[in-house]
Design a binder for this molecule. Structure first.
Ligand code: ATP
Ligand code: FE2
Length: 336
């Protein structure tokens, strides 16, 4: 069975087709890049609505799949920006109706975890999910994925993007910070904000901007922020592993493309005897294939919805969604 997935939670419009063996049969992606400043939800949604017909065409011609043979059409239901989510859901509904295929809503955060879990071959990993809009540590318990810790303010990627923009980058800024950090020599002191299982980045942003004003160059500043921010992520991921007694960790989200973060996480995991897996960059960033794959899992366990009940949920929480495909028959499902 093959499933087509539509992703449109924020900047990225993406369509992917996967098969039952997690093979990405076809993928097409286009990112909205604001001319200036941060994301404008309506503009991003218009970008997605304009691009989706072409992206769908591309995956169909790449794969040679007969659309009427698809097992299902999956789409990102939330969390995300309302206008962007609606642009994707509208396309998904239209395709489902045109081709007579079932429609399956997917939680975006769960999809980051499921694609990494499938590719890693791990049974029950903890996910460190580090993207622009989200920063969370997620694990499965009693029928649902649970957020064990998260950012109290902005996502780590947004933090990097904002800082980089002020140092002359284009969007997205994370890869610029990574490039500058490689040339850095000195790590300057910055706030280290870990609160139990949670992290926060706004104080770090303010302090980093102040260092920039004082004349610290972008190379040292980038090295300093990467060292602090990624150490914070390693700490909360490690605490989750320790509490759960877990020996498996996966990474997801655009910031998981970062080589320094990957190295730091690997060092921490190695010291604890934990196995780590990070998907290839194309499957760390937002992508339609992860939505298709999670849609495939969900469809097998009754996840279809009628078009009339396929509303988007911009504030959908990870633990509001039943992960029915993970539930063993002997397991108690909590109301969460
Ligand atoms: P979500 O809806 O999951 O929050 P998103 O819209 O932020 O997703 P992603 O594609 O998951 O989209 O992540 C984009 C973020 O990843 C941006 O903030 C970008 O700067 C960051 N990023 C991408 N590559 C790197 C890198 N090499 N190093 C650091 N950050 C990176
Ligand atoms: Fe994402």
């Amino acid at each position: 069975m093959r499933v087509l997935g539509i992703e449109s939670t924020a900047h990225t419009a993406s369509v992917g087709i996967v098969d039952e063996g997690t093979q990405v049969v076809a993928a097409a992606t286009d990112m909205y890049k604001p001319v200036q400043g941060g994301i404008h939800p309506r503009e991003a949604a218009n970008h997605h609505a304009e691009l989706f017909p072409e992206l769908v065409e591309r995956v169909l011609s790449q794969s040679g799949v007969d659309p009427e043979s698809l097992g299902a059409i999956a789409f990102s239901q939330g969390p995300g920006l309302g206008p962007c989510l609606r642009a994707g859901a509208t396309v998904a509904r239209m395709l489902a109706l045109t081709w007579g295929r079932p429609l399956v809503p997917v939680n975006h955060c769960v999809a980051h975890l499921e694609i990494a879990r499938a590719l890693s071959g791990f049974e029950d990993p903890v996910l460190l999910y580090a993207s622009g809009g989200n920063t969370q540590v997620v694990a499965y318990a009693h029928g649902r994925y649970r957020v064990l810790g998260e950012t109290l303010d902005i996502g780590v990627g947004n933090f990097l993007d904002k800082l980089a923009l002020g140092m002359g980058s284009t969007f997205p800024g994370g890869p610029w910070i990574e490039k500058w950090a490689r040339e850095g020599k000195t790590v300057h002191d910055l706030p280290y904000s870990v609160h139990g299982m949670d992290v926060s980045f706004s104080g770090l942003l303010t302090a980093a901007k102040a260092l920039q004003t004082k004349g610290v160059g972008k190379e040292d500043l980038s090295l300093s922020v990467e060292s602090h921010a990624y150490a914070m992520l390693c700490e909360v991921a490690e605490r989750a592993l320790a509490h759960l007694g877990s020996k498996e960790l996966v990474l997801g989200g655009g910031v998981a493309c970062n080589q320094r973060l990957r190295r730091m996480v690997e060092e921490m995991a190695h010291a604890r005897g934990v196995r780590v897996f990070a998907p290839p960059p194309s499957l760390c960033v937002d992508n339609g294939a992860m939505i298709a794959w999670t849609g495939l899992l969900s469809d097998r366990s009754g996840g279809r919805v009628e078009v009339a009940r396929s509303e988007v949920l911009p504030r959908q929480r990870t633990d509001q969604v039943e992960a029915r495909w993970r539930v063993r028959t002997t397991e108690h499902v909590s109301e969460g």
